[in-house]
Design a protein around this ligand. Structure first.
Ligand SMILES: [Fe+2]
Length: 344
């Protein structure tokens, strides 16, 4: 125990880079049988995308691959907090089928939630935005580096359809490991993170994106519930909360965030790898943070880096007793849809 009374938390999600050196050792590669099963299930989806929203896992069962997905859920919920599925046989020129495969996998993993104010449940991560970013430009539409963060929902998934020739490396770091390092090295900063930081809500999600500086709602970066540590952090949105309110971040919060990020960025703490087409990365947001390095796209737009992003909640998962149903719904929306614009 540190002098502040904060204690290290024992968890299977307390890992460092040396524990996962070779991606081949911890990734899960689909067998031929599982690939065929996924392909068959994909063909069972209704033709109209909007009809997918109300489907249940039993409508597109994956008896064999489902067993592997069950192990993945175990790894996410009770283990290291991340997983990588490899060898998903994506048809390179058939984006509709790629989306279908992703949806079938998602249905068999959990309850998909909306990830933006439009209510979209599947998002394309692509460098569409060129120019100067504002507070309301979401990072995933640029080719810039994205700093360590958590997404919405229990689990964030990223299916690699096409990779960039240069950059675009993914990194993961254990939030539990960062916590335990802070207990030893800088408990005074950790106390600040337990107290919480304000989080900027982008204008797309609320009627007023700008926070009222007198009533900044604080989101704890760490909380312990029945012995289990949960972390939620988005460094950039915490900075933007103050920047958009026009007030400087207090010194103790700035120092705590800097310490948190410095530890996350240590070579010994984070693992780095580059997704290949047919890879799906899954991270449990309460245990692991993710980031992406800047990338340079292929000049041919048809070959540009493309990832399909989707967030879901684990049925019967650890957050069910921590959050209200409303908190678990992701972006508030009455009419969730798969994607709004089907022109791609
Ligand atoms: Fe993300």
């Amino acid at each position: 125990m540190s002098q502040s009374g904060l204690v290290a938390i024992e968890s299977a999600a307390d890992w460092v880079a040396a524990d996962y050196v070779d991606v081949d050792d911890w990734s899960e590669t689909l067998s031929d049988t599982e690939r065929e099963e996924l392909e068959r299930a994909t063909r069972q989806l209704p033709p109209a995308m909007q009809d997918w929203v109300t489907l249940k896992p039993a409508d597109v069962p994956l008896p064999r691959l489902g067993a592997r997905l069950g192990r993945v859920t175990d790894d996410l919920e009770r283990g290291r907090g991340f997983a990588l599925l490899r060898g998903i046989d994506l048809p390179p020129d058939d984006f509709d089928t790629v989306r279908r495969m992703k949806w079938v996998l998602a249905l068999n993993l959990g309850d998909v939630i909306a990830q933006n104010a439009k209510g979209e449940m599947m998002g394309s991560v692509q460098a569409e935005f060129r120019g100067e970013r504002t507070a309301d430009t979401r990072g995933y539409v640029s080719s810039d580096e994205l700093r360590f963060h958590c997404d919405g929902g229990d689990v964030a998934t990223l299916l690699c359809v096409r990779q960039a020739p240069i950059g675009g490396t993914n990194s993961l770091v254990s939030s539990v490991a960062i916590h335990n390092v802070m207990v030893r090295e800088c408990p005074e900063h950790l106390s600040v993170l337990y107290r919480g930081m304000p989080l900027y809500m982008r204008k797309e999600s609320t009627s007023s994106g700008k926070l009222d500086s007198a009533r900044l709602p604080r989101i704890p970066l760490f909380r312990v519930d029945t012995g289990q540590l949960s972390c939620f952090s988005n460094l950039r949105l915490m900075e933007l909360a103050y920047e958009t309110a026009g007030i400087p971040m207090p010194d103790d919060e700035r120092a705590a965030l800097d310490a948190f990020e410095e530890i996350a960025e240590r070579k010994a703490m984070k693992i780095e790898f580059k997704l290949r087409p047919g890879d799906m990365l899954l991270t449990h947001n309460l245990a692991v943070m993710h980031k992406r390095s800047a990338f340079e796209d292929d000049p041919d737009v048809a070959k540009a880096r493309l990832m399909l992003r989707l967030w879901y909640n684990v049925r019967g998962g650890r957050t069910e007793r921590l959050q209200t149903p409303q908190q678990r719904r992701g972006y508030f929306t009455k009419a969730p849809l798969i994607v709004q614009d089907d022109s791609r």
